[in-house]
Structures are given as C-alpha cells and as structure tokens.
Ligand binder design. Structure first.
Ligand code: HEM
Length: 360
C-alpha cells in the first residue's frame, strides 16, 4: 500500500516578506516627503513658515533672539475685567476678578541692538493665565492695521524692503513693483510717515489688528478686534529728540515710570458690523463701530529679557481660551507657524550655548 499523499502546502502568498516591506517603505517615504514639505525643504515655490522666517532674518540671524521684535524687556502685572466684558465673552479671564499677566514690551525689527527711539513700531505681548490653567496670548503692535492682507504679501514686503548692498537702502524699483502688486501697503506707508510718535512705551496704544470671535454665555458669536489704550497721556517724541535719544531710551523711560508706580492700559474691544472684513488685517474697520472697555491691564514690574520669564515664551496669538475663537484671517495662521519656527530656532541656539548675550 502506498502511503497517503502529504497535506497540501498552505498558500505561499503570505509568507514572502517583500510586499509588506515595500508597503512600509512607501509609507515611510510618503511621511518623509510630508515632513519635508511641511518643513519647507521641498516645494521651492511654496511659501512656508521657515521661508517666511528666513526672509525676516535676511541672511543675518541673531542667535538666541526672537527673529522679529528682537529687542525688548519682560514685564509683569495683572488684568482686571470690567462688568460689561462678562457679557461679551464667556472666557474665564472676563469672569474671575484678577488674572496674572506676564508679557513683553519690544520694538519692531530683527536687530537686538537697534536704537529704541528710531523704531517706528512698538509692541506689547501678553500671556494671561486664569485660575483654571487656560491661557490667552496676544502680540500687538502700535500700527492700527497691518501692511498687507496675506502672508505672500508680507513675504514680498520683506524682500522688497531689504537694503540694496550698494546704497544701504531698499531698491526703489523693487519697492515700486511690490506696491503695484500689493497696493494696500500704501496705506501703511502713509501711516508710518504721518502718525505722531509717542514718547514712551507707556503712552502708546497697541492693536491686535487680526479679527477674533468672542462667544458669550448663550453661545452667540461676534467678530471683534482689540487694542490696549494707554491711560498715560499721549506726549509726542519730536524728530530732534529721536535723533539724540539714548540707544535704550524706551527701556530707561520704562524703568523711571515703573519706579513712580504701575502703568495702565484699557482693553478696548471693537465689534464688527456685518460686511466688515474679518480676514484682512490691512483694512481698518470704520470708526463708528461699537467699542467696549473690557478691562484694565496693570503692569507693575520689568525684568531683562535675557533672564526674565518672557525669554522662553512664544506669544503665539492663536493661543486663546474657551470663549474666544480665531477668525479665518490667513495672517493669523501664518503668524502661529512663523512664531513656532522662530521660537524653535532661538531655543535650539540657547540650548546649544551659542546664543551669546541673549542668555546673559
Ligand atoms: C505674516 C505675518 C507675520 C509674521 C510672519 C510675523 C513673524 C514674527 C516672528 C517670527 C516673531 C518672533 C516670535 C518669537 O520668536 O517668539 C514675531 C514676533 C512678534 N510679532 Fe509678528 N509676525 C507677523 C505679523 C504680526 C502682526 C500682524 C502683529 C501685530 C499686530 C505682530 C506682532 C508681533 C509682536 C508684538 C511680536 C513680539 C512678541 C514677543 O514679544 O515675543 N506680528 N513676529
């Protein structure tokens, strides 16, 4: 008798490792490409956050410093909401009596050694942390509206403003081409030429310029913009004073004022009307829109940025508490991405120890 035939072999398809390995390799390649894309290493024409920050650096980074608004000082104090603020938004910051604030006053520009009195743009960044751990971060400027409507416009502005090595000034032909493509920037130029300069960080108004949404207790939403209006009276800083002021003029003025007592700003919230642009920070809203004083910011003390708590903070304006929400403004989204790139560059440099005076 012959022996029974052996059991048939199981199908062979699942035993070969190659298809699985090819699938894994393909997935890894796709992931690597996605990271490279997001990181800006491929897709040369695409405007990415690293390219925006490269354009701000202009080939001359200052290790350890913020890539924009590099010169500044840490400040701290508190915020107290007004009674009407609670009706505008259910955010905790408008419902608890007082919220601790830590922030930063700075001047615009990438040079940490710039002359304070020559800076056309001054800035205030804030981090408010409520008792439930929620955070509201803001970064505001002294201009009333942004120069351009889109991140591409901002990138073009940075390239057009770069000094020509031959003259030390922006190339007029490039600037004219930029203004032809982004005519909204002419409004900003007019503001920069004509607006009065204030004499202090303390008597400057700081504007959020991007639109956000406030959500009230009933779930009703309204588009808003906010600004910090100084309680200190406006005093002008004339051309001659600007010319001869100390390099750290604003810092010295701040110290002198804080020695006399705290500095105060009203948080003024402006409501949009139907049809107002809520995704374009280059367009101011008409003057007659309803405004509400939502509270008072009180700054009591300052510390050098090299050693103070603001050094390692990213004042990303898209960090908002429940009760405040973002708009679809593309500048807002670009800011979040660019601030993260700048933050990671400066933190890496600081950790490596090549940040120079930024860490002293
Ligand atoms: C596409 C548009 C913009 C880009 C790419 C951009 C980029 C940056 C970057 C890279 C930083 C440094 C962040 C860090 O290292 O922590 C910065 C800081 C800052 N930006 Fe912008 N920015 C934009 C628009 C604006 C606007 C519209 C405002 C205000 C109205 C603003 C206000 C500020 C302020 C106040 C700071 C300093 C924050 C601090 O003290 O840490 N920026 N920006």
């Amino acid at each position: 008798m012959s022996s029974p035939p052996p059991d048939p072999l199981p199908p062979t398809t699942s035993t070969a490792p190659w298809p699985a390995l090819v699938a894994i390799a393909t997935l890894l390649l796709v992931l690597a490409a996605a990271f490279a894309w997001v990181g800006g290493w491929i897709g040369r024409d695409r405007l990415t956050a690293p390219r925006l920050v490269d354009a701000i650096e202009g080939g001359k980074p200052y290790p350890g410093f913020r890539r924009a608004h590099s010169k500044g000082v840490c400040v701290a104090g508190y915020f107290e909401p007004s009674a009407q603020a609670a009706r505008l938004s259910r955010a905790r910051v408008f419902h608890q009596p007082r919220t601790a604030v830590q922030g930063r006053l700075s001047i615009g520009g990438a040079d940490p050694h710039a002359l304070d009195a020559q800076a056309r743009v001054r800035s205030l960044a804030l981090l408010l942390k409520t008792d439930d751990g929620q955070e509201w971060r803001m970064a505001m400027n002294s201009f009333p509206f942004f120069a351009v409507a889109t991140p591409a416009g901002f990138h073009a502005q940075l390239l057009a403003s770069r000094p020509d090595p031959a003259t030390g000034k922006p190339d007029p032909a490039r600037m004219a081409a930029f203004l032809a493509e982004y005519p909204e920037a002419k409004r900003f130029q007019a503001w920069a030429k004509s607006a009065a300069w204030s004499s202090s960080w303390a008597n400057t108004a700081y504007n959020g310029v991007n639109a956000f949404r406030f959500i009230d207790a009933a779930g009703r939403e309204r588009f808003v913009r906010w600004s910090m209006q100084p309680q200190a009276p406006f005093e002008p800083l004339g051309d001659a004073e600007r010319e001869h002021a100390d390099a750290d003029y604003l810092h010295e003025d701040l110290q002198a004022r804080l020695q006399q007592g705290p500095l105060r700003w009203n948080l003024v919230v402006t409501e949009a009307a139907a049809g107002d642009p809520v995704d374009d920070p280059s367009q101011a809203w008409p003057e007659d829109r309803p405004q509400h004083v939502a509270g008072v910011l009180v700054l009591e003390r300052s510390q050098p940025q090299a050693t103070g708590p603001c050094r390692d903070v990213n004042y990303d304006p898209t960090v908002v508490p429940e009760g405040i929400a973002l708009s679809d403004d593309p500048i807002l989204a670009a800011r979040a991405a660019a601030y993260a790139v700048s933050f990671h560059r400066r933190e890496r440099e600081t950790a490596r120890g090549d940040a120079g005076e930024a860490t002293r």
